[in-house]
Design a protein around this ligand. Structure first.
Ligand SMILES: Nc1ncnc2c1ncn2[C@@H]1O[C@H](COP(=O)(O)OP(=O)(O)OP(=O)(O)O)[C@@H](O)[C@H]1O
Ligand SMILES: [Mg+2]
Length: 453
């Protein structure tokens, strides 16, 4: 069993404080007491407690001021605010400031016991999440490679937007490095020391996405057995990166618009409005203008997101960066696979520079990873490189005969292009569909038709 949690009681009335202490110690908690807000703040600044029972009215520093300070705390406790019966305005403000819950005086001990348990469980879940996040971040390199003119322009833009808090829309083909750019913007911004929370809008089912973004109260929907904070709240003080924004369902688009207009959210199942201090970065490889024209994407949301756009150029428009990128990716991949990084022959470099890379940097990365695994000699040679050559070059009309008939020849070509797109994206269907400029539905249908599943 886990150690019983440490709990801070901040309460100015001595009698109330001591009876709470006795009660919680009986429950097995480690209890620390503070007779006013100032001393509570001092305790919190030097020790980590998992939960705090905080009276709203205290001398020197009241409960709300304490909550406000805790927003800067690296590992804040879950706070239960104690308010006088009927002071709903203060309770609402406390919730908005991040209190886990509030409890009215006179205290009902049974209720308090349950709320405290819940608060601690919730906080433990969050810190687990956080530990996971830190681990994940350690694996993420934010280094951007490339020194050609296109990348120089990109760096300048990143520098300019980093200094501001404005919403940025990062656009570019699949695999061009949009996420790398988002990380760089965050890292160089004033929020760089804070959290960067990523949400992939395409990979989370529509029904779960809103709960994921905005959080929910207990009982907000079937299965919501606990209150949970959403990614927006989790990113407070930092940055949220909304990837694949073009895939948002209409109902979620409305809610996101609201966030961008008012910078506040409501958890599902709650009507308490929580103010947000979050910088929003979004990315897409969709043709958003087309989506707007076809009424798949709200025009008002489009304008809100499109304050500053950063276009990430496709790799074929910055071939000068390919040798540096190839070396970097090869070294990184070798380190991950615990292999020696081989050298690239001149011939191979030339081959890589002349390829079109429809799947961009990610495709280059996959190609090098294959080569790394196939080579046995410490040098990567031409035969280790498999390119998904551009269809116009490789599929010369010669490989189809008139006798095939038009339909069968077209099917053959179609099938081959789909295979290539899938190979180029490592089997990622969303991206393959993007490359082929068809929607995912159609790609699925075609894959089924050609038995490519
Ligand atoms: N300029 C760069 N320098 C170093 N690595 C890069 C660069 N651009 C991309 N990469 C690497 O290429 C891969 C793809 O990049 P990323 O995930 O940022 O692309 P993306 O544009 O978000 O793609 P998608 O649209 O498929 O989500 C990652 O492994 C990333 O580390
Ligand atoms: Mg991405």
């Amino acid at each position: 069993m886990r150690l019983k949690a440490s709990v801070l009681i901040a309460e100015d009335e001595a009698q109330a404080r001591e009876s709470l202490r006795a009660l919680l110690e009986d429950e097995g908690y480690q209890v620390i007491c503070a007779p006013d807000g100032m001393q509570a703040a001092a305790i919190l600044s030097r020790s980590t407690v998992e939960a705090a029972l905080v009276d709203i009215r205290m001398p020197f520093k009241d409960g709300l001021a304490l909550l406000r300070e805790l927003r800067e705390h690296p590992a804040p406790p879950a706070v239960l605010i104690m308010t006088a019966y009927g002071s709903s305005a203060a309770a609402i403000e406390a919730m908005a400031l991040g209190a886990f819950d509030y409890i009215t005086k006179p205290l009902n001990f049974e209720e308090l016991r349950i709320q405290l348990q819940r608060a601690i469980e919730n906080r433990r879940r969050i810190s687990e999440l956080e530990a996971y996040k830190i681990e994940e971040d350690a694996h993420q390199e934010s280094e951007i490679v490339g020194n050609g003119p296109a990348m120089q322009r990109l760096y300048k833009l990143i520098g300019q937007v980093s200094a501001t808090d404005s919403t940025v829309l990062i656009r570019g083909e699949s695999g061009t490095g949009k996420e790398v750019v988002a990380r760089a913007i965050h890292k160089h911004s004033l929020r760089g020391g804070r959290r960067l929370v990523k949400v992939n809008c395409a990979s989370i089912p529509e029904t779960l996405l809103e709960a994921e973004l905005f959080g929910h109260e207990r009982g907000a929907f079937t299965g919501a057995s606990q209150r949970r904070i959403g990614k927006f709240e989790y990113a407070a003080g930092g940055t949220i990166f909304l990837d694949e924004i073009g895939e948002l369902a209409p109902s979620t688009q409305v809610k996101l618009l609201r966030v961008l207009q008012d910078y506040c959210i409501e958890r599902l199942g709650s009507n308490i409005t929580i103010p947000l201090d979050v910088r929003i970065l979004a990315a897409t490889n969709c043709d958003l203008e087309l989506a707007v024209r076809e009424n798949r994407f709200r025009e008002d949301l489009y304008y809100r997101l499109n304050v500053v756009t950063i276009p990430v150029p496709p790799l074929r428009q910055r071939r000068e960066d390919i040798p540096d990128l190839a070396n970097f990716l090869l070294r990184r991949c070798a380190a991950r696979l615990r292999m020696q990084a081989p050298t690239l022959s001149e011939e191979v470099k030339e081959l890589l520079c002349n390829n079109d890379w429809p799947g961009n940097v990610r495709e280059l990365e996959h190609c090098l990873e294959r080569a790394l695994i196939l080579n046995r000699s410490g040098a990567i040679l031409r035969e280790h490189i498999q390119l998904s050559a551009s269809p116009s070059a490789a599929d010369s009309v010669d490989s189809f005969s008139i006798e095939d008939g038009l339909h069968s020849a077209v099917e053959k070509l179609e099938r081959r292009l789909i295979e290539r797109a899938l190979a180029a994206t490592g089997g990622n269907r969303t991206r393959a569909a993007e490359i082929l400029k068809i929607n995912r539905r159609l790609l699925y249908d075609k894959m089924r038709e050609y038995g490519l599943e």
